[in-house]
Design a protein around this ligand. Structure first.
Ligand SMILES: Nc1ncnc2c1ncn2[C@@H]1O[C@H](COP(=O)(O)OP(=O)(O)OP(=O)(O)O)[C@@H](O)[C@H]1O
Length: 291
């Protein structure tokens, strides 16, 4: 399958302070990628660099095969973007925005736009300056979705949405990715939302993508081991890919980032211990990576 997005050895810095390094990743049709990272990890920087808003210090980003800093109107029409801070024009009404975008985007899906406006109760005649933050966010999402982009990038798209609108929006994302075979990359701090819809996870930490793979694979790989031994356990077990460990007498807890089920028996024998393997939800995995 041809890559919609290819990032190679990307490096970004602000005023000499490195924010992203050695980022190599790609996105293809049907990918719904959740970009996770704590505040200031560089999510917005990565998304904006993908979109060609800045030239990387090193490496490159290609969108549909073209360097992101050189994309023209043809590629731009294939992309939808919801920025963290919307860029709506305060004096225009919601309806004027929709008409403006529909005129500029040949692939505009009037039926989809109308359906979303109705189900999200967008007050079409009201100027943007009089919309609530949630209504503005919904309008920005409708503007980014309605031309059915092949690549949809959303930076914190749901921060102001109520739970119902969030759920509807997430359902819409999954439908778009499946029906239109688009690639979607979105960042959010609502990890439970991401867990529900993302098939891939990009985990940004220490300027790098420390995880970029299927969500299911991540959940199989990251485990918390609860150890009960016959004799006191060593204070420190140097196990590879260990995210956390705490040993006290006969009991221990270890979180590993690259678990293989066959390790259980080996470890039980080595430690003369009984081990319970706990698989974690996405939020716990995120927290374990940041202990
Ligand atoms: N224009 C800028 N000039 C200098 N430093 C910047 C600039 N924009 C961002 N930074 C810094 O780069 C780092 C990454 O910022 P970025 O906004 O990409 O993080 P983020 O993961 O999106 O954060 P959040 O979750 O809070 O939105 C932060 O330390 C931030 O202070």
């Amino acid at each position: 399958m041809p890559a919609i997005l290819e990032i190679t050895a990307l490096r970004r810095a602000y005023e000499g302070r490195q924010v992203l390094k050695d980022i190599t990743a790609s996105a293809t049709q049907g990918d719904v990628i959740a970009l996770l990272g704590k505040n200031g990890a560089g999510k917005t920087t990565l998304l904006e660099t993908i979109l060609g808003f800045a030239v990387p210090e090193q490496g490159e980003v290609r969108l549909f095969g073209t360097l992101s800093t050189e994309i023209g109107p043809n590629e731009k029409q294939r992309i939808g973007f919801v920025p963290q801070q919307d860029e709506l024009l305060e004096q225009l009404t919601a309806e004027e925005h929709l008409k403006l975008f529909a005129r500029c985007q040949p692939g505009w899906d009037h039926a989809l736009c109308q359906r979303l406006c109705q189900s999200w109760d967008i007050p079409l005649a009201r100027t943007v300056s009089k919309l609530s933050p949630g209504q503005r966010q919904k309008l920005a999402i409708i503007l980014a979705l309605s031309h059915k982009p092949e690549l949809l990038i959303l930076d914190e798209p749901v921060a102001s949405l109520d739970p119902m609108a969030r759920r509807q929006f997430l359902t819409e994302l999954v439908t778009i990715a499946a029906d239109q075979q688009s690639a979607i990359i979105f960042s959010s701090h609502i990890v439970t939302d991401m867990e529900r819809v993302a098939n891939k996870i990009w985990l940004l930490k220490d300027q790098q993508l420390v995880w970029q793979d299927e969500q299911d694979t991540l959940k199989e790989a990251v485990v918390r081991l609860h150890i009960s031994a016959r004799q006191p356990l060593p204070e420190n077990l140097s196990l590879p890919h260990c995210l956390y460990q705490h040993m006290q007498d006969h009991q221990g807890t270890i979180t590993l980032a690259q678990w293989h089920p066959e390790q259980k028996e080996e470890l039980e024998q080595a430690l003369q211990a009984w081990i319970r393997v706990e698989h974690l939800g996405l939020e716990d995995i995120f927290l374990e990576f940041h202990r």
